[in-house]
Structure formats: C-alpha cells, structure tokens
Design a protein around this ligand. Structure first.
Ligand SMILES: Cc1cc2nc3c(=O)[nH]c(=O)nc-3n(C[C@H](O)[C@H](O)[C@H](O)COP(=O)(O)OP(=O)(O)OC[C@H]3O[C@@H](n4cnc5c(N)ncnc54)[C@H](O)[C@@H]3O)c2cc1C
Length: 540
C-alpha cells in the first residue's frame, strides 16, 4: 500500500486528540507542533498540501516594513522577531536578501524620510541583518542597470528574508515533520460536516479521489481552512469573533530580468509595493492587492496588464515584456482577519495579523489571517490553546521546528564529499547539489546519497532545466504523498513555475517521472495532468 492509502485506512481507526482541517501553513505548523508535543493528530486537506494560499505568496519572510507607514510598530516588532527566529532556525531555507528600493519623484514621502524608516526597521529587527544604505539614483543604477532611474528621486537598500525553495515546499516540510512524529496526514480528503456528540467530534469527510465517505473522530478540531475557514465554521454552526475578507494577489514568472540576486522594490502606479523577486534562473514579479469576494480567484487580463505595465515602466528592458514572456502565474487570496463585521471599508489598511478564536466548550479552534513569516508563533499558540482544553501535552517543551544540527549537516556533507556529489551538479544548475539537497531534505538527504551511491544514474536530471534528479523522484514517491502529477510539479518542486507547460509536456523524462511516482497508474496520471493544462489554457 502506498503512503496515502495507508493513512486513509488509519483516519477512521482511532479517536484522535486533534483533527487539523486544512494543510496550508497554519494547519501544517499546528500539526507539527502538536504531534511533536505528544498528542495524536490527524490532518486532512481537501486538495493538496499548501494547495491554496500557501503556494501563492511572494515567498518572503519579512518583518512588515510597510506597516510602519500605518504606525503598527508592535506588529512590525513582532514580525521582525519572527523573521529573525525563522532565519536562525532555517539557515539553509530562510535567508537574508537585499531589497534595492527605488522611489519615484513625487512619491508621498521624500527618499530620506523613507530611509529613516528603514533605519528604524533595522533597529526593530535587532540589528540582525545588514545595515540599510541610502542611495542616489546613480548609485541605484550602478548596482542594477536594469532599473530605470530617469524619474527616480533616489532610494535605499535594506534587508529582509526569502524562502529559498518556495512556500509550498516550506509548508510540506512541516507536514512531513508531522508525519515523522506519528501524525496521520492525508491530502485530497475534505471535511464536509461535523457534529460534537458526547464530547467527541464526529467529522464526516470525503476522499476526493475515490468519492468514498470517511468518518473521523477527534477530541478537538482545528479549523485551519484559510480562506475557507468561514465556510467551514458555517457548516459547524460555529459563531466566531473574527471572519475573513479577501485580497487577491497575482505574480507572474518570467525569464531572469536582473543582474543581481536582490529583490527590486518599487511603489507601483497604485501606490502600493511592487516587487521583482529573484527565483533561480527566473524572476517573479508582482503583486496585485485587490479586494475580492470569492476565495477562488482567477488571473484576469487586467491583472496581467497591471503587472506587465508596471514592470515595463520601472525597468529598462531591451524589449518590453508581453504576455508571451509569461512562463507561469501564481494567484491566491490573502485571508485577512477582521473583527465582527468591521473592516470591509478600510480593508487596504488591514494588517496581516493572525487571530485565533476558541470555542472552549466544543474544543474547536479557528485560525484567521496570518503570514508564513509568523508560522512558529502560530504553532506555539495553537499548542498552548489545545493544552488549555484540559488536554495536557505529554512533551510540552519538545522543540518541533528548525533545521537539524550542524553536526548532522556535517555528516551529510562528509557523505556527499565521499561520493563527490557536487561534481554531478548539472551545468545549468543555480547551486551545488549538496546545497540544494540539504535544504530540501535536511538529514533525509542521506537517503538520496544512498541511492546515488548504489546507482550513479540516480544523480541524473530527468527533465532539462528542472533541477531535480532521479533519486529525488524515488524519494518523493516514497515519502511525499504525490497523489497527482501537479502535486509534484507545482508544490513539492517548483518545476511548473519555472518551465512552460509546453516544455514540461514535451520533456522526454516526464513519462519516466510518472512511472517512478505512480507505477502502473503513470499514464492515467499523465493524462489527468494534460487535461488540467488543456483546461487551464482554454480558460485564459
Ligand atoms: C499574493 C500573496 C502574497 C503573499 N506573500 C506573503 C509573503 O511574502 N510572506 C508571508 O509571510 N505571507 C505572505 N502571504 C500570506 C500567506 O501566504 C498566507 O497568510 C498563508 O499562506 C495562509 O495560510 P493558511 O494556512 O491560513 O491558508 P491556506 O494556505 O489557504 O490553507 C488552507 C487549506 O485548507 C484547506 N481546506 C479548506 N477547506 C477545507 C475543508 N472543508 N476540508 C479540508 N481542507 C480544507 C484548503 O484546501 C487549503 O489547503 C501572501 C499571500 C498572498 C495571497
């Protein structure tokens, strides 16, 4: 039986301490924290892990510099602390990056005032990152000639952090951690309804692949449904203090535009922050920030034009970017927490604070809003909340997050050196193989080294430019619950972000990848993916 089938059968086999509904970042950290602290945990998601908002972010772990403008000093202070903690805990994954910021003439503040803001930000960040620098227009252009400084008043460079692989992979590693702690986790299982009877939650769930019903019992439930949290609470007839409003955000991925690996930051034509973010050999540009009513957003031509028009106006490109240059798109809604029914009129000002609402008699917890940056705080807060339900944590002080120790890393690097792993790095790769494998798999990267040692062909790339080797596919097939091909291409890896669908579908290695991932179902899963791409293209 594969991992998913095994876990499916276990979902109904016992009464869990906690059922986490939703496996975006908030559900993933809740599950990782609670399972490590000794509770029995089940996790379900109606789609793939991080299949919604948590795979559409800007991939930044940032202290929220823009909230200084709305004087939210406490929030910035807290986010800076969270960012620093993430950088310390995940030195290979969450890394400092410079933001080269250009201010246009006529901007609402003079550049020097904004620069003083970055100094305050740096101080609130406890001097953890490099010092911010004030820059003239000429200095900006010297650092990155692609920036059009003809209308610039100057700018500055300061630091924040980014998620090196991508958001979905970051989330998945918490999910995998929860599984390693004994949690029973399954993707493509939706919670349809739930009733609290005799102090136990009886959740009616559905396997979205087979259509079969599944009955799950748990002493407590965490509603981590992100943008769908209100809908799930409505199913449960659970009245909450908070609810969500949605802000749609779109990013476009294009070929690499910049010389330097820095985030280029601007204020777009609508006055809001606009980023040009390095993504390996590609560049991610965006984002939009528009109020929408639906949690299921789509990219419109207006979104595409907004982003392309801004980037063409702000950069000196040889040729203006057009729709034809877009390799892939990301589109999600930010679930923003508001209290009661307020907030709809001033939603642009809404900060991205999270809120946790607790229904103590029913042991039901709902998570609203939040950021990837704040994920460790969310995990800790949820563990404390569950413990307060008279459900003591068997190992309250167990540490549930963070990269393995330097000693473990050295063990991996020594093994990598023994087989001369880095010599196998493909020429077009943006980094050494040992760097990438450690970051993605931590100490489990030793399993990949074992495979390569057994069979050197395991170090070969299967798809040109994909930065993914055969041994990783075998590893993914065993441990990463790849249920659909898109799970692998879009969320465990970022292949479908950096390669066009046409390149992926014509890649000679694709069928072999499917065979490794799905065995005898390979052709059916490939056909399912082809149909998904065809449908997406036809709806553009
Ligand atoms: C454009 C954009 C840029 C952003 N940039 C950043 C950034 O740079 N840095 C940062 O820190 N944050 C950023 N954010 C915010 C961050 O991405 C979100 O706050 C975070 O991902 C929300 O996570 P979540 O777990 O609450 O929701 P989600 O990731 O949406 O997860 C909810 C999950 O619940 C599942 N679900 C829903 N209903 C059910 C059900 N009935 N049964 C089972 N499962 C269900 C869904 O399938 C989904 O997987 C950005 C957001 C956007 C949209």
């Amino acid at each position: 039986m594969n991992l998913r089938d095994t876990n499916l059968t276990q979902l109904s086999a016992q009464t869990y301490d906690v059922l986490v509904v939703g496996a975006g970042i908030n559900g993933a950290v809740s599950a990782a924290a609670l399972s490590k602290k000794g509770l029995s945990v089940a996790v379900i998601d109606k789609g793939d892990f991080a299949g919604e908002t948590s795979s559409h972010s800007s991939n930044l772990a940032w202290g929220g510099i823009k909230y200084l403008e709305s004087h939210e000093y406490l929030l910035v202070n807290k986010l800076c602390k969270s960012r620093n903690h993430l950088m310390q805990s995940y030195p290979s994954t969450v890394q400092e990056i410079r933001f080269l910021t250009t201010l246009q003439k006529g901007f609402r503040f003079p550049a020097l005032i904004v620069y003083l803001g970055t100094l305050l930000y740096w101080i609130m960040g406890r001097f953890f990152t490099r010092f911010p620098e004030f820059l003239s227009s000429a200095a900006i252009e010297a650092r990155e000639p692609v920036i059009d400084t003809s209308n610039a008043q100057g700018g500055f460079e300061y630091s924040d952090a980014f998620l090196h692989d991508n958001d979905a992979r970051f989330v998945f590693n918490f999910i995998r951690g929860a599984m390693d702690n004994g949690a029973v986790v399954t993707n493509y299982v939706s919670a349809q309804d739930a009733q609290f009877i005799d102090n136990i939650w009886h959740v009616a769930a559905k396997d979205e692949i087979s259509g079969e019903p599944i009955a799950i019992k748990a002493k407590s439930v965490i509603n981590a449904c992100g943008p769908f949290a209100d809908a799930f609470n409505a199913e449960l007839e659970n009245k909450t203090e908070h609810h969500h409003v949605f802000s749609k955000g779109v990013h476009l991925i294009v070929n690499k535009l910049t010389k330097v690996d820095k985030v280029l930051a601007f204020f777009a034509s609508d006055g809001r922050l606009f980023f040009v973010i390095p993504m390996g050999q590609k560049t991610c540009i965006g984002t939009t920030d528009d109020k929408v009513d639906s949690p299921n957003p789509v990219v419109t031509d207006a979104d595409r034009h907004f982003i392309l028009d801004n980037v063409n106006a702000l950069l000196n490109l040889d040729q203006p970017l057009t729709m034809a240059d877009v390799i892939s798109e990301r589109c999600g809604v930010r679930p923003l927490a508001v209290k009661g029914n307020s907030g709809s009129s001033d939603w642009v000002q809404l900060s991205r604070k999270h809120a946790v609402d607790v229904n103590t008699p029913k042991r039901l917890v709902s998570i609203f809003g939040g950021k990837l940056t704040d994920c460790i705080n969310v995990g800790n807060e949820i563990a404390d909340t569950i413990a307060a339900f008279d459900m003591p944590l068997p190992k309250p002080h167990a540490k549930w997050y963070g990269e393995s120790s330097d000693a473990h890393k050295q063990t991996f690097l020594d093994r990598a050196a023994l087989i001369n792993l880095d010599a196998l790095t493909p020429v077009y790769s943006s980094e050494l193989l040992s760097t990438r494998l450690w970051r993605r798999y931590d100490i489990n990267a030793l399993q990949i080294i074992d495979e390569i040692q057994r069979d050197p062909q395991q170090a070969e790339q299967l798809m040109h430019n994909a930065e993914y080797i055969r041994a990783e596919l075998h590893y993914a097939a065993r441990r990463e619950m790849i249920t659909k091909l898109d799970d692998f291409l879009r969320r465990r890896s970022k292949i479908s972000m950096v390669l066009r669908s046409s390149e992926i579908l014509s890649s000679p290695g694709l069928l072999e990848a499917c065979e490794i991932l799905f065995g005898e179902q390979a052709e059916a899963k490939l056909a399912e993916y082809q149909a998904m791409i065809a449908q997406r293209e036809s709806s553009k």
